[in-house]
Write a protein that binds this ligand. Structure first.
Ligand SMILES: Cc1cc2nc3c(=O)[nH]c(=O)nc-3n(C[C@H](O)[C@H](O)[C@H](O)COP(=O)(O)OP(=O)(O)OC[C@H]3O[C@@H](n4cnc5c(N)ncnc54)[C@H](O)[C@@H]3O)c2cc1C
Length: 376
């Protein structure tokens, strides 16, 4: 029997871990290399769309995700001041039946930990910052900042919006700063002093918005994320703190519910919102990009991680049964299968009109990465 394909994955974010789990399902050996020394539980929520949940189901994570996440009746879209409902996107059981999986609201740390639980710890190498890649006769050689190296039959660059793998393959190009920032945080719902809030509401203002939802099944934790203009701010880092007083000021005059949530908010992170245009190629030889490394997007559809997770399932199908000589073709097939969809989501997300009024959402949530036809 031929020896199993060995794939190195750069980055242990949502996309890298989902890819590791999906590739192992089809008998591929994986080694994940992550620059961070340890995983941190960062204060953020994440919407896990029905399309992503279909992937997580086959990775064995559905029960865990249901147990740890909030199951909203809808994603409601309301006017910032009057509270008028613009479009109430119903989730809950009817959407679960229609789209084939639940729509869940999770703590980002819970989703990340769930994905990590699907990959044996010995496959994950922390403290490995990739700095170089070379295709050799023996495979692809990876070089790390600490001077160590590794070799694999193929490499997946799941190293996020500032991907070093992309820079190595295609040259460095700057990200697109949107001129907008996001404040975000999670905090205990007990700080709301007994008041309840909507399950998941996006409050649409004139040049800014705020999304607020629960991230725990018993409504014990609240998450908020904003988008507002601030062209000079260019830091994307979990260590960048925002000023809660500034945040409250920026949303003064918004509905009472927003005021209450901001009044109770103890502290907040501040993050520059970036994206990129769709890039021309994702792969070169036996190296491919995946997730934010090739199709980063603004957060306005809550689909960035979902796209990376879908990528993982499709990539595993393209590589299933393939030997080293067939990898480059399999990577081209992966890109051909995924490009149109991810570009459409990038472009739709950039417009920031998703759900602002009655919206056709079927094309996003119906998609099943396990059964969608693969490109020829
Ligand atoms: C404010 C905000 C809200 C969002 N909300 C949602 C949402 O509700 N739903 C949703 O689906 N998506 C959401 N997203 C998008 C989502 O966070 C991203 O699309 C997703 O994290 C992309 O996953 P990834 O694995 O491609 O990249 P990342 O999660 O960025 O992971 C990349 C990993 O690679 C590592 N890495 C980087 N460089 C190197 C290197 N040289 N060597 C080794 N490792 C390296 C990094 O440390 C990191 O762990 C949101 C994004 C933002 C900014």
């Amino acid at each position: 029997m031929a020896r199993p394909l060995g794939v190195a994955i750069v980055g242990a974010g949502m996309g890298g871990l989902a890819t590791a789990a999906a590739l192992r399902r089809v008998g591929i050996e994986v080694a994940v290399y992550e620059q961070a020394q340890q995983f941190a539980r960062l204060g953020a929520g994440i919407q896990v769309g029905c399309n992503a949940m279909k992937v997580l189901r086959l990775l064995g994570l559905e029960a865990r995700m249901r147990q740890q996440s909030f199951y909203p009746r809808s994603w409601n879209n309301r006017d910032w001041r009057t509270g008028e409902v613009k479009f109430d996107m119903i989730f809950g059981e009817s959407a679960e039946r229609k789209f084939g999986a639940p729509y869940l609201l999770a703590h980002r740390g819970d989703l990340h930990a769930a994905l990590a639980s699907a990959v044996p710890a010995q496959c994950i190498n922390l403290g490995h910052k990739l700095v170089g890649l070379d295709e050799t006769g023996d495979g692809v050689k990876l070089s790390f900042a600490d001077g160590t190296t590794a070799t694999a039959d193929a490499v997946v660059g799941a190293d996020g919006v500032h991907s070093v793998v992309r820079d190595i393959l295609f040259g460095a190009t700057p990200v697109n700063f949107t001129g907008r920032i996001a404040y975000r945080t999670t905090y205990p719902a007990s700080l709301l002093g007994g008041e309840t809030i909507g399950d998941c509401t996006k409050w649409w203002g004139e040049d800014r918005h705020i999304v607020i939802y629960y991230v725990k099944p018993n409504r014990s934790e609240v998450y908020l994320v904003t988008s507002q203009p601030e062209p000079e701010f260019r830091i994307e880092s979990w260590s960048a703190k925002g000023d809660v007083k500034e945040l409250r000021k920026a949303f003064a005059g918004f509905s009472r519910e927003v005021e209450r949530v901001l009044a109770a908010c103890p502290d907040v992170h501040k993050w520059a919102i970036v994206d990129r245009n769709s890039i021309e190629h994702w792969a070169e030889g036996n190296v491919t990009l995946l997730g934010d490394a090739c199709h980063p997007m603004t957060p306005y559809m809550a689909q960035g991680a979902a796209m990376a997770i879908e990528d993982a399932a499709v990539l595993s199908r393209c590589l299933d049964g393939v030997e080293r000589e067939g990898v480059a073709n399999a990577f081209r097939r992966f890109e051909a299968t995924r490009r149109e969809r991810t570009t459409r989501v990038q472009e739709t997300s950039r417009r920031n009109t998703w759900l602002r009024e009655k919206t056709d959402t079927d094309w996003v949530y119906t998609y099943d990465a396990w059964s969608v036809p693969l490109a020829a």
